[in-house]
Design a protein around this ligand. Structure first.
Ligand SMILES: Cc1ncc(COP(=O)(O)O)c(C=O)c1O
Length: 420
């Protein structure tokens, strides 16, 4: 037993040193400073284990990537058997797996969304959505929220919070406009000149702590888009696939986007996959340009097979019913914790997409660390560090919910003691 423990800590030290030396020195240091020296080893369902054995309930899910759990058995079995006959495929040619995924996406997305393009990441999907909106309107400008995160690729880094675009001298201030969240007047002002190609909108801005859209806000933005000839692009990378209790977050606010962007959980946590889905009008370029956009790994046939099954699972009526039941159980638990813990000052929630507001500027970070010690991994919000993101899996059971609420209760007590 003693020997095992020392072997695992030697392994952990080696991994940390490799990553510090060759991969991510600042990131390794940041996690160590926060008191979260996590190196993920084993992973099953909604639990992960550090390579040193520390068990954690996963309430981060890497932004919903593990929406259906780590190594979901149904998806693992499908991928295993597909490996006997498929590979990535050749993206230049039609394929059964790609065609079937595109048909499914057209079927399960709102309004008349119809054509899909597949790419390997959410950033690349948003990047393409920005470009497609330009093509459809003949305009260059994109409007996004000040506190939005749409990725770190060329165009997406410049949309929303653009500090990292500036860092790499890759910001485009003439082409990207930022507006505050929940402010329809600011949106109207940004669109009024009629020169904006697309509004790129996170349905609930994730990195901003899952701020909840005010009644009528998203529908108001869509109406403004229609009035000024602008394309509404819904970034559903974190809010899609059942997480709000609806198949897509926009459905919870009754918005039919012109382009819907999905990623993360679409991969089943097993095979990189993201997509944009467009109305026939916005996707008309696909009938004009066979090679307008190409991606060797986008639409990998193995990934398409997994993603099709992910869509099947997420759209099963019993799954969405269970999500709503879980959401209500968790809401009750959090409401009760609010009455006993002054550090927990508010709860933002739609379905199992949750942000916990704390009483301190860096409270989300403090709570993240305290939870880590208590055996839960949940991440603070990068653009709103007072808020902790709590991402509950789609398929969790009651016992799991009760356990993490118990651990959250203890962690809140720890933080309150720390700051007393
Ligand atoms: C809302 C949102 N959009 C886009 C992205 C970018 O996705 P990816 O990391 O797959 O490029 C993220 C990633 O966290 C995200 O949260």
């Amino acid at each position: 037993m003693k020997e095992e423990a020392s072997t695992s800590s030697t392994r952990k030290r080696r991994i940390l040193e490799l990553c510090r030396e060759y991969l991510m020195p600042a990131r390794v240091a940041a996690w160590e400073n926060l008191g979260v020296p996590l190196v993920i080893g084993r992973r099953e369902g909604y639990r992960i284990w550090d390579v040193d054995g520390h068990e954690l309930l996963d309430l981060h899910l890497n932004g919903g990537t593990f929406n259906l759990g780590h190594r979901n058995p149904e998806l693992v079995e499908l991928l295993r058997s597909d490996l006997d006959r498929l590979d990535i495929g050749n993206h230049h040619f039609p394929s059964e797996a790609r065609g079937e995924l595109a048909e499914r996406l057209a079927r399960v997305t709102p309004g008349d969304l119809h054509y899909s393009v597949f790419v390997p990441s959410g950033s690349e999907a948003n990047d393409l959505a920005i470009r497609v909106a330009r093509r459809a309107t003949g305009r260059r400008k994109t409007v996004a929220l000040e506190a939005a995160f749409h990725g770190r690729s060329g165009l997406t880094a410049a949309a929303g919070r653009d500090d990292m675009a500036k860092y790499f001298l890759a910001d485009y201030p003439e082409e990207f406009v930022q507006v505050p969240f929940n402010d329809l007047a600011a949106m109207e002002k940004a669109l009024a000149a009629g020169d904006v190609a697309g509004v790129l909108m996170e349905t609930m801005p994730a990195t901003y702590g899952f701020a909840v859209p005010a009644d009528g806000y998203l529908a108001g933005v869509k109406a403004l888009c229609e009035r000024f000839g602008t394309i509404y692009i819904a970034d559903e990378v974190q809010t899609g696939l059942g997480r709000t209790g609806h198949m897509w977050g926009v459905e919870a606010w009754d918005v039919k986007p012109d382009i819907l962007v999905t990623g993360k959980g679409l991969s089943g946590g097993l095979y990189p996959m993201a997509a944009i889905v467009m109305t026939p009008k916005v996707g008309a370029w696909l009938s004009d340009q066979g090679w307008g956009y190409v991606s060797t790994f986008g639409g990998s046939e193995l990934g398409c097979r997994v993603a099709s099954r992910v869509l099947d699972i997420c759209s099963r009526p019993d799954v969405l019913t269970a999500v709503r039941r879980t959401a209500s159980r968790v809401a009750d638990g959090l409401g009760e914790l609010c009455t006993r813990h002054p550090f927990l000052v508010g709860v933002r929630q739609k379905g199992v997409v949750i942000g916990l507001e704390t009483a301190a500027d860096l409270g989300g970070m403090q709570l993240s660390r305290a939870l880590y010690r208590r055996g839960v991994w949940a991440m603070f919000s990068g653009f709103a560090p007072s808020v902790l993101q709590l991402k509950v899996g789609l398929l969790v059971d009651d016992a799991y919910c009760d356990l993490f609420l118990e651990k959250l209760d203890a962690a809140l007590g720890d933080v309150e003691k720390e700051i007393a």
